[in-house]
Design a protein around this ligand. Structure first.
Ligand code: SAM
Ligand code: CA
Length: 246
């Protein structure tokens, strides 16, 4: 029989609601990815933050561990230094980013809610990467407008967007100017719980139904945007990478 400690370990390691966290067809396959590739290599602070976040009533919002690992490697591959994140929650993707950046790397992080960020902040501090983060509390849109007014066009290597899906196209209008040519924007949740292919009368949770049309509109607009190259990956709930080419 498992001890209480082993039991909570197993619970923390198990993904919840595979339909949300992964669009892989087999639950066992996703668990295999987590257990063979992700958890054994997950940095200790990320594990700690994941376990803190698992107790939060809105834990469904967090970035999954496999996506955190993906972001961390992607940032290293592109040598990202100056980055932005819209939608922080308790900071799992933020920590994955901060750990990937060089010592003089920077993340401009925004969220309308500071309380959740403060839950993760002690872990981020303990990991020694808090100095890389400039957290701004408030809606992202006016902050982006201010950056443009301040002449920050073309200054970001990487931007991760994981916030209010009904604003993604508004963000895109601004981010395409703020990211440098050759830089990347990652729009998260672009497969939106698989609902992008659900029939119109499918029984969907209210928030899934509400945001679905915005996600569909975004996906169409990104596919037609000549200023970017795109790649939609079925990692987590779907992430669309956009590389600015002009
Ligand atoms: N990336 C986070 C992680 O790894 O845990 C998850 C982000 S969660 C899915 C979405 C976040 O977007 C919430 O924390 C919410 O407060 C924030 N948000 C919602 N509307 C926003 C807005 N207009 N501007 C900035 N943040 C917003
Ligand atoms: Ca997300």
């Amino acid at each position: 029989m498992a001890t209480a400690g082993e039991e909570s370990q197993t619970q923390a390691g198990r993904h919840q609601e595979v339909g949300h966290k992964s669009l892989l067809q087999s639950d066992a396959l996703y668990q295999h990815i987590l257990e063979t590739s992700v958890y054994p290599r997950e940095p200790e602070p990320m594990k700690e933050l994941r376990e803190i976040t698992a107790k939060h009533p809105w834990n469904i919002m967090t970035t999954s561990a496999d996506e955190g690992q993906f972001l961390n490697m992607l940032l290293k591959l592109i040598n990202a230094k100056n980055t932005m994140e819209i939608g922080v929650f308790t900071g799992y993707s933020l920590l994955a980013t901060a750990l990937a950046l060089p010592d003089d790397g920077k993340i401009l992080a925004m969220d309308i809610n500071r309380e959740n960020y403060e839950l993760g902040l002690p872990v981020i501090q303990k990991a020694g990467v808090a100095d890389k983060i400039d957290f701004r509390e408030g809606p992202a849109l006016p902050i982006l407008d201010q950056l443009i007014e301040d002449g920050k066009q073309g200054s970001f290597d990487f931007i991760f967007v994981d916030a209010d899906k009904d604003n993604y196209l508004n963000y895109h209008k601004r981010l395409i100017e703020l990211v440098k040519v050759g830089g990347l924007i990652g729009y998260d949740n672009t497969l939106w719980n698989g609902s992008v292919v659900a029939p119109p009368d499918a029984p969907l949770r209210k928030y899934v139904r509400y945001y679905r049309d915005f996600v569909l509109e975004l996906n169409k607009a990104l596919a037609a945007d000549p200023r970017i190259e795109i790649c939609m990956l079925p990692v987590g709930d779907g992430i669309t990478l956009c590389r600015r080419i002009s």
